[in-house]
Design a protein. Structure first.
Length: 290
């Protein structure tokens, strides 16, 4: 069993980005600029936002955090986004999810200018991604692709089983793995929490690569996978004792895997790295650098 080390891979990608940025700044351009909007004070969001801002610092980006109160109205939030859309000093914007229940998340995502949507959540980017056009790829799915590439994990011709059908992870990663223009050309089954158990087991036990994003600690047990599987754990679950765990019963399942992502230090790190890649792309688009 070997670890797919998201921390190491992310650090290497951010080092590449910072070299490019140093070159751009050396030629007189401003820094790439990521803006994050955080509504309220949801504790996990605070921690994710902190790691994004820290990553901006390491890459030579400007990262700024706009805090809005929990009580902000949808209209006020949309107005703020509109202001950032029209501000040429910001290349990319993230509205940290989840939002308070009185705000419709899809309305907010739809309000972000597609050319600043470094999360890759806007329908325009999702559609362009699915169709093989230039797009911001959804950051977690893109980060997983980068991690598989970094470790030279073969994808072509493999049987991949994705568990979880969210718009931000399960759906896009299943498309990207199957596409012939991403890292793709895999054969993919998209399963989810309502997949009948026997059908789910049939799929996961045959899978060469399993990607799980359901948000349930210990969901993937040892009996669900075959010997030598590549296991990508997207879950981030905080237990009552404060420990961070994924969706895989790591101690029991890891010995069966050829490769597995740890939590922490796996996919979470890659999500942040992918956001940095997307921000650099937004910046390069703005300055016609590629
Ligand atoms: N608009 C939006 N874009 C996002 O990209 C987004 C979001 N909303 N909402 C929440 C999820 C989650 N997410 C993570 C980011 C970093 C880590 C990360 O760095 N995790 C560290 C540990 C973090 C810790 O210790 O708490 C690790 O896994 O090693 C994890 C998860 C981004 N998300």
């Amino acid at each position: 069993m070997e670890l797919l080390d998201g921390k190491k891979c992310a650090e290497s990608l951010v080092a590449d980005i910072s070299r490019k940025v140093a070159g751009y700044i050396g030629s007189g351009l401003r820094k790439p600029h990521m803006t994050i909007i955080l509504v309220g004070t949801h504790a996990p969001s605070e921690s994710y936002v902190k790691s994004k801002i820290a990553s901006c610092g390491r890459a030579g980006f400007e990262g700024n955090l706009i805090r809005l109160p929990e009580t902000v109205t949808e209209q006020e939030l949309l107005a703020k986004i509109n202001g950032i859309n029209n501000d040429p000093s910001t290349d990319g914007v993230i509205v940290q999810l989840p939002l308070p229940s009185h705000i419709n998340e899809q309305n907010v995502i739809n309000a972000i200018a597609p050319e600043k949507d470094i999360d890759g959540f806007h329908p325009t980017n999702f559609g362009r991604m699915a169709l093989g056009q230039k797009a911001f790829r959804p950051a977690t799915a893109y980060g997983i692709c980068k991690l598989l590439q970094f470790y030279d994990i073969p994808i072509r011709g493999k049987h991949c089983v994705v568990i979880g059908r969210s718009n931000i992870v399960g759906k896009p990663i299943s498309i990207m793995l199957a596409n012939d223009f991403d890292i793709g050309n895999a054969t993919v089954t998209l399963t989810h929490i309502e997949t009948p158990r026997p059908l789910l087991l049939d799929e996961t036990r045959r899978a060469d690569i399993v990607i799980v994003a359901v948000g349930i600690p210990g969901f993937v047990s040892e009996d669900m996978v075959k010997e030598g599987v590549v296991l990508i754990d997207v879950g981030i679950n905080r237990l009552e004792n404060g420990k961070l765990v994924g969706d895989v019963d790591f101690a029991a399942v890891a010995p069966k895997c050829s490769w597995i992502t740890p939590v922490p230090g796996g996919v979470g790190r890659m999500t942040v790295a992918a956001l940095m890649i997307n921000t650099l792309m937004a910046y390069e688009n703005n300055f016609n650098l590629t």
